[in-house]
Design a protein around this ligand. Structure first.
Ligand code: NAP
Length: 263
């Protein structure tokens, strides 16, 4: 099954923001569709003017959606997003962080060639941004039993050829999830990661050898197939809803079972 079955309005009356929609293929867009289908009112961000039109067009189908600029390397833009949300929504129940960046030339060859600048930018965009976003979101989310969700990949735990510095950044991201879950749990906020299997998106196409990875998953994962972006979106819906109220600090795999495999 590729799409979300009709669900009761699990998230009706709730608000959320999704960072990382670049186009229809983005995992962030799959998350947006699932959350909206359950009644959540959403804000979307775009990273630069080049993306603004696409994100506005996609958002035009979402009732009451708000679209805001946010390049996470600019703290003033992150802060401005949450000031706008205070005015537009007044409170916030969910944050989806689905952004990552590494220099294309560092997603192939040997990891030890990673430059200091490449290491820093990958970590700034792909890992540190979650902490800054969580800090800015806290005043709007506190005490509402809210949920923060980020996107990770098994390359943060195991060696995946060519994933290189992005794997190190995903390890930092998953550790950040645990520390944030510890800090924010007493304030009524859960923090979890979805470790998704490979899906053909704009970012994924920058990782050298991506097609071979898809082929390997399809032939060896327990479900003998790749996942769909809708499966990631629906897990996001679960993590955003009260159905997952006992889960925080976890990394949930949506990978057709690939993570259990040894040799
Ligand atoms: P995507 O559609 O290319 O999304 C990546 C997003 O990150 C884009 O919207 C991009 O915006 C944004 N971004 C990059 N630099 C940014 C910055 N400085 N400020 C704000 N946003 C920035 O690719 P995706 O595959 O859906 O990636 C979403 C998340 O899923 C990432 O964390 C990725 O690592 C993770 N993930 C993907 C896969 C997969 O196979 N696709 C598997 C596991 C996990 P611009 O395009 O405008 O730069």
């Amino acid at each position: 099954m590729d799409s979300t079955p009709a669900l009761p309005q699990l998230l009706s009356g709730r608000t959320g923001i999704v960072f990382g929609v670049a186009n229809k293929r983005s995992l962030a867009w799959a998350c947006t569709k699932s959350l909206a289908s359950a009644g959540m009112r959403l804000a979307l961000t775009y990273a630069n003017e080049r993306m603004e039109r696409t994100v506005r067009e996609l958002a035009s189908d979402l009732p009451g959606a708000v679209v805001l600029p946010c390049d996470v390397t600019k703290s003033e833009e992150v802060e401005a997003v949450f000031s706008s949300l205070r005015k537009e929504f007044g409170f916030l129940d969910c944050v989806v962080h689905a952004i990552a960046y590494a220099k294309r030339e560092e997603l192939e060859g040997d990891f030890y060639h990673t430059s200091k600048a490449g290491y820093m930018i990958a970590h700034e965009v792909s890992a540190y941004s979650l902490t800054e976003i969580a800090r800015c979101a806290l005043p709007l989310m506190e005490g509402r039993q809210g949920s923060i969700i980020t996107l990770s990949y098994i390359g943060g735990e195991r060696v995946v050829k060519n994933y290189n510095v992005m794997g190190i950044a995903k390890a930092a991201l998953e550790a950040s999830v645990r520390y944030l879950a510890h800090d924010l749990g007493p304030r009524g906020i859960r923090v979890n990661a979805i470790s998704a299997g490979p899906v053909r998106t704009l970012s994924a196409s920058g990782v050298s050898g991506f097609t071979q990875v898809l082929d390997q998953i399809a032939s060896t994962a327990p479900l003998r197939r790749n996942i769909t972006s809708e499966e990631v979106g629906d897990t996001c819906l679960f993590l955003a809803s009260d159905l997952s109220r006992g889960i925080t600090g976890s990394t949930i795999y949506v990978d057709a079972g690939y993570n259990i495999m040894g040799v």
